[in-house]
Ligand binder design. Structure first.
Ligand SMILES: Cc1ncc(COP(=O)(O)O)c(C=O)c1O
Length: 381
């Protein structure tokens, strides 16, 4: 079985080539490369899709987190709570802005920040929480919002991996991921559920004041050209990427459905394998499967790691798999200064030894999945 990939961007492109090529060429013809009409149209269409009042485009998801934090009038030393088990971008910009990232352990089944453990980390310096909707499933936002209200904290949802996911509150109200907190942020990195052909990102908010401020910050702190009221940065979504995203947004629900169908195929085939856990489902969020992440339990981390063995055996059959993430944030050298000990976040640490993401994308075929399943079962025997 040839050519199984974690993400198959080329096949996806070929399927919508005519529309994409037309969109790109129209930007080339217009030469409106920066802040052109495509950018405005895309942000309008995304805000309609998400049922959000404002979408502010920017250069990438990392910038989006930075701009969100810069919009919140935080002071050096303020503490921001983030899950310990996430991509570094979430915590990196906190430190970059002179704020202090405070890590919180995650839930063993959902991989998302543990609301219970958030409370234990709150001090009088805590100003915000950044829940990450990891792999495509929302963190437990209802409880997180209650805590945020109680302690007067901002909430910035990291929706980089979960655009299109829906959160269900206990009263039955449903909201799109990214529209629940003060800000949501997302990334249009090519492998994301809504990915462009380069870098891109956006902030999402329902608060006018925050939208205006974030828009200014992304544009050198100006509202009027050459009049800079606040310190900002230069973070733009370029017009070609916006034109591509306008085409792909129309297919996002279809792509999500295809991911879900692929996840069901894996679920059905893998659910009964001992020491292998399929991704758990929860009542308060659906799943958009940016990743299909299984856990392979290892008796002892000190001895051979079963997960690593499975990964290398899969590779021998030409099957790629990824470890998102091999090291928790508190053990990254970049955060050494925070002086967090090994063992402080047991769930996050254990996950780094057990998680394995299998190929999942809208273009994966049933025969590719059957091949992956057959070999995985063989390896797990
Ligand atoms: C959870 C999470 N947050 C933030 C980012 C940053 O997005 P970008 O790569 O567009 O800067 C990513 C991207 O991989 C991510 O997965």
């Amino acid at each position: 079985m040839n050519n199984i990939q974690m993400v198959d961007l080329y096949t996806q492109y070929v399927k919508i080539k005519e529309e994409i090529d037309r969109a790109v060429f129209s930007v080339l013809e217009s030469s409106a490369f920066i802040n052109g009409p495509e950018v405005k149209l895309f942000t309008k269409e995304l805000s309609q899709y998400l049922n959000a009042s404002y979408v502010i485009p920017c250069a990438n998801g990392t910038d989006a987190i930075q701009i969100a934090l810069m919009s919140l009038d935080l002071q050096a030393g303020d503490e921001i709570l983030v899950p310990d088990f996430t991509y570094v971008a979430t915590a990196e910009v906190i430190a970059l802005l002179g704020l202090t990232p405070v890590f919180v352990d995650v839930e063993a089944d959902t991989f998302n920040i543990s609301p219970e453990k958030i409370k234990l980390k709150i001090t009088d310096k805590t100003k915000a929480i950044i829940p990450v909707h990891l792999y495509g499933q929302c963190a437990e936002m209802e409880t997180i919002l209650q805590i945020a209200n109680e302690y007067n904290l901002f909430v910035v949802e990291d929706t980089a991996q979960s655009l299109g996911a829906k959160y269900k509150f206990s009263n039955g109200t449903t909201c799109n991921a990214g529209t629940i907190g003060d800000f949501g942020i997302t990334s249009f990195f090519p492998s994301k559920n809504l990915g462009c052909y380069g870098d891109g990102g956006a902030l999402i908010t329902n608060k006018e004041e925050l939208a205006i401020k974030a828009g200014m910050i992304a544009n050198h702190g100006q509202n009027k050209k050459y009049y800079h009221d606040i310190i900002g940065c230069n973070s733009r979504l370029d017009s070609i990427q916006a034109a591509i995203l306008r085409v792909k947004l129309k297919y996002l629900d279809y792509y999500t459905d295809a991911r879900r169908k692929a996840a069901e195929v894996y679920d059905h085939a893998l659910k009964d394998i001992p020491v292998l856990n399929i991704p758990s489902r929860i009542t308060y969020s659906d799943h958009v499967f940016n990743q299909y992440t299984i856990q392979i339990q290892t008796k002892s981390q000190a001895t051979s790691n079963k997960r690593d063995l499975v990964k290398s055996k899969l590779a021998e059959y030409g099957i790629p798999s990824m470890i998102y993430y091999p090291l928790p944030l508190h053990l990254q050298k970049a955060f050494k200064k925070l002086d967090v000990e090994i063992g402080e976040f047991p769930v996050s640490e254990a996950l780094t030894h057990s998680v394995l993401s299998l190929p999942i994308h809208p273009e994966i075929t049933l025969s590719q999945q059957e091949f992956i399943i057959e070999k995985l079962k063989l390896i797990m025997e």
